[in-house]
Design a protein around this ligand. Structure first.
Ligand SMILES: [Zn+2]
Length: 157
């Protein structure tokens, strides 16, 4: 990121608040050489952090997986589909907002729980009770799937 006035390569961010405009973040910078200020527009797509799983493995951010988890938790609950999708966006925002290169899968789970808590108590408890005991979104997903299958099949409680 060179200074547009003197081409000096080093600068500092003077306005720490990121102003999000569509897919871009606007930052005010100040050249360390000539002290002129200028604005940069940096694309924010493809900057989702890697997700570090419980076993230490890493995988790319998967928004679909989060959405699927939210849908499962909200199954048979009076939560409209667009609200579920909005929650998925909120989780994504929260994770991206942390600015980290990596997040643990448990952090993702916590962000999901925060969203559910504010939306539907039953969906939250459903997610939290299962998720907390696994601390991993993959284990959680398979557990929820079998849970839903059992309840749907047997009919008993
Ligand atoms: Zn300069």
């Amino acid at each position: 990121m060179k200074c547009p006035f003197c081409q000096h390569p080093e600068n500092k961010v003077v306005d720490s608040r990121d102003t999000r405009e569509g897919d871009e973040v606007r930052r005010r910078r100040e050249c360390l050489a000539c002290e002129q200020r200028f604005t940069t527009y940096e694309r924010i797509d493809a900057v989702m952090p890697m997700v570090v799983k419980k076993d230490g493995g890493r995988e790319p951010w998967d928004g679909d997986k989060v959405l699927a988890g939210l849908r499962k938790a909200c199954e048979k609950r009076p939560v409209p589909a667009d609200v579920v999708e909005e929650m998925a966006h909120r989780v994504e925002k929260a994770v991206r907002g942390s600015g980290a290169n990596e997040v643990s899968s448990s952090q993702v789970g916590e962000a999901v729980m925060d969203c559910l808590k504010a939306t539907d108590d039953v969906a939250y408890v459903r997610f939290a009770s299962v998720y907390r005991s696994f601390r991993d979104i993959d284990e959680f997903m398979s557990a929820l799937e079998s849970l839903v299958k059992e309840r749907g099949g047997s009919g008993g409680g």
